[in-house]
Structures are given as structure tokens and as C-alpha cells.
Design a protein around this ligand. Structure first.
Ligand code: ZN
Ligand code: ZN
Length: 287
């Protein structure tokens, strides 16, 4: 049965049986697969070991630079927004915050789906640097909980650098009236960037079953950020649904219209590419 078949969200026992039992420390690694004697998940999986070894010094440097650029830019944009704040903008700020969260959630799904579904590790530059973490994550889902702040957040920070730099440029060059007129839009872009930056940290928390701060589990329990149970639906092979990982709110409407499946059918019809071919190849790797 496919993960989304028959509304798998309504079948918790199916999800429990077919995803890595990461909430039980003694079963953090599924010892044997149903088909053979290879680990299905975890750091001892042959594919996971190979992918972990592809994390390079150059990649690490890119992540450090991305984090190093993202946070000052976010702080600068926030400072400019505060400087130009007016009380009659309050409702606009609230609305742009909600729109920003929803947009970031959709983007998280789009990027996650694209990286999971298409391309391969062999694609020059992109494969080893940007697709590798997605392949590793399906066969060793708890690896993310062992990644430090830089490795967890570097790539998401990178995505925010250009839009934020452009925003700072605008704040420096536009007149106060022009900034006043586009204030809601600038707030929206800031919130999208802020939640894109937070997305993989939130995703990491959704895989962390031990030692999370109480305020994080509170946000998860009230579904203000991606809950653990919700994200587990994605981690049922062949990983074909529930791609949104900021709050996961957008997963519900996308699931109702079978969004990802339709998009894949369209891309396959146009290009002939088979969805998740590379992901399946890595999942089947053995020593
Ligand atoms: Zn995935
Ligand atoms: Zn995950």
C-alpha cells in the first residue's frame, strides 16, 4: 500500500509499522528488512553510510557562510521594519505573518518534493551538495538529530540570503514614503525568509523524541509547528506525501487534491523521468 492510499493519515497503526521506530531508543535501528537481512533504516544501512561519508569540507564551508550571512541580514531587515513601524500597520503585520508561515510551509513542500523525487546524487554540484541530505534522511531519519546547528540549518539559510540582501538594499535606497507603501510586502518577505530559515530546525525537532524543551513540544502539540506524528506520515516508503515540513498545515489541502501525484504525472508525461528512482536505488543499497 502506498503511503497516501486510502488516506493513510487516518491509519496510525500502518504508519507505526512502516516507519522507523525512532520514538523507541532500543529500536532506533530496525535490525532486518522484511525482504532480506539488511537494515532497513539507520546509520548502519549501507546507503546511509556512503551518503554520510559524502559530507565534505567544502559543503561545510558553504553552510557556515550561509548561516553567517543569513542572521545579520535577518537582523538588519528586522531592524528596518521596526524603524519604519507604525501602529496602523499592526493588522497588516499580523496578516503578513500568517501568509508568510503558509507560504514558507508550501515552499518547504515544493523544495522537499523536488529534491526527494527528481535528480540524483550524480548530478554535478547539486547532487552531492544539496540532494545528498534528502537521500540520507529517508534511510537514516535520525541522522538529522545528530547534526549540529550549522549542518541542520545551512542550506535553508542559503535560500534566504538573496531575498534578504535585496530587501536590505531596498530599505537603504527607497524613500520613507515608498517604504511605507510597500511595508506589508516587506513584512511578508521577512516572515517567509524567517520561517524558511527555521524550517529544518523544526523538522529536526519533529524527529527528536527525547529531551526537547517544553516550549517546543507545546508548539508541536498545538500544531503551531510540524508535529512528530504528522511528519511520520511522510516517512513511510516510498515517501510520496506530506512533504511540507514547516508547520505541515498545507499538507491537508494538497493531499485533498492529490497535488504531488498530479504534478509528478505531468512531469513524467513531459520528460519521461520516473519519480523517486534515485531515492529507491539508495534505499535498496546493501554492503
Ligand atoms: Zn522526504
Ligand atoms: Zn523527516
Amino acid at each position: 500500500m502506498a503511503a497516501s492510499e486510502g488516506g493513510v493519515a487516518a491509519d496510525p497503526s500502518y504508519i507505526q509499522q512502516n516507519s522507523m521506530p525512532e520514538d523507541d531508543p532500543n529500536k532506533n535501528e530496525q535490525p532486518l528488512s522484511v525482504e532480506g537481512n539488511q537494515p532497513r533504516w539507520g546509520p548502519q544501512h549501507a546507503g546511509a553510510k556512503e551518503l554520510a561519508n559524502l559530507y565534505s569540507g567544502g559543503k561545510r564551508l558553504q553552510e557556515i557562510l550561509s548561516v553567517g550571512m543569513c542572521f545579520p541580514l535577518l537582523a538588519a531587515t528586522f531592524g528596518f521594519l521596526c524603524y519604519h513601524f507604525q501602529w496602523d500597520n499592526s493588522l497588516a503585520i499580523l496578516l503578513s505573518a500568517v501568509a508568510g508561515i503558509v507560504t514558507a510551509d508550501f515552499f518547504s513542500g515544493l523544495v522537499h518534493w523536488g529534491a526527494d523525487t527528481w535528480g540524483s546524487i550524480d548530478v554535478p554540484v547539486v547532487g552531492k551538495n544539496f540532494l545528498r541530505p534528502f537521500r540520507e534522511h529517508h534511510i537514516d531519519p535520525t541522522a538529522i538529530t545528530r547534526h549540529d546547528f550549522i549542518e541542520t540549518n545551512g542550506d535553508n539559510c542559503l535560500l534566504t540570503v538573496l531575498p534578504l540582501a535585496y530587501q536590505v538594499y531596498k530599505f537603504v535606497t527607497l524613500s520613507p514614503l515608498e517604504i511605507h507603501n510597500s511595508y506589508m510586502w516587506e513584512c511578508f518577505i521577512f516572515f517567509v525568509a524567517f520561517f524558511v530559515m527555521l524550517t529544518n530546525q523544526i523538522h529536526k525537532w519533529s524527529h527528536t523524541y527525547f529531551g526537547l524543551p517544553r516550549w517546543v513540544t507545546f508548539l508541536q502539540d498545538y500544531h503551531l509547528i510540524l508535529p512528530r506524528k504528522h511528519h511520520r506520515i511522510h516517512h513511510v516508503s516510498p515517501h510520496e506525501t506530506y512533504y511540507c515540513i514547516t508547520t505541515g498545515w498545507v499538507n491537508y489541502p494538497l493531499e485533498m487534491v492529490n497535488f504531488w501525484c498530479r504534478l509528478e504525472e505531468l512531469i513524467t508525461a513531459v520528460t519521461g523521468a520516473k519519480p523517486r528512482a534515485d531515492d529507491m536505488m539508495w534505499a535498496k543499497k546493501s554492503d
